[in-house]
Design a protein around this ligand. Structure first.
Ligand code: BG6
Ligand code: MG
Length: 217
């Protein structure tokens, strides 16, 4: 029985994963090395500072704390330039109809994201009020694959993990949902997300009743 849904933000609700990638690539290029889309998969779902550490490792660079803080700020400034131009056109296909359907079935809705820009992003696309609980990078201390973000979401909603379903585009997010003892739905492809209970290309045409039947057999 599904009683709550917990959604990742970037790459699940809005098409912002590409902006994180563009900003990180620009930062890597400014440091004199390149950063591929394949490298970027490791960063999905990971906090800003941990992402920076991974990038510096890829580029073989060791930097001091002050410089790292400056670079993280620079990346975020570049990211926010994209976010600033974003409209509700960048809500991913099927998301609004699916959120309507979830609410109509009296199933609860939370956000579980690593981003410190989560509330700003949801406001920007007019979806903030759809989420009863928002757990984001300002409220967590551990990055996915740690289950903390989803367990806090479930606790905030007052629903047992076993009755929650998580929607995620990051392999580390699927790991986090599974170790929280929740159902995990991968948004993307089987190659990256094959360890989820179910993988969907998008939420277009997806409805709760059919989804429950697929998950809870
Ligand atoms: C996650 C993204 O949702 O948030 C990562 O998948 C990003 O790519 C992370 O690094 C942190 O985001 P922010 O907005 O706090 O820099
Ligand atoms: Mg994501």
């Amino acid at each position: 029985m599904i009683k709550a849904t917990i959604f990742d933000l970037d790459g699940v609700i809005v098409d912002t994963a590409k902006y994180h990638y563009l900003a990180w690539r620009k930062l890597a290029n400014s440091l004199g090395f390149d950063f591929s889309k394949a490298d970027n998969e490791q960063l999905k779902g990971v906090s800003r500072m941990e992402s920076l550490e991974l990038i510096l490792k890829i580029g073989g660079q060791t930097l001091g704390e002050t410089r790292k803080q400056e670079l993280a700020k620079q990346k975020n400034d570049w990211y926010l330039e994209h976010l600033d131009k974003m409209t509700d056109d960048e809500i991913l296909p099927g998301v609004v109809d699916f959120l309507d359907d979830v609410a109509a079935q009296s199933i609860k809705i939370a956000l579980g994201s690593a981003s410190k820009n989560a509330e700003l992003t949801l406001k920007k696309v007019g979806l903030l009020e759809r989420f009863e609980v928002v757990i984001d990078g300002t409220k967590t201390t551990r990055s996915k694959p740690d289950p903390q973000v989803f367990l806090l979401g479930a606790a905030g909603l007052g629903v047992e993990p076993a009755h929650c379903v998580v929607f995620e585009d990051a392999a580390k997010g699927i790991d986090a949902a599974l170790s929280a003892g929740m159902y995990a739905i991968g948004m993307g492809n089987e190659t990256e997300l094959g360890h989820a209970h179910l993988v969907l290309p998008s939420l277009e045409g997806v409805r709760c009743t059919a989804l429950q039947k697929q998950l809870v057999r």
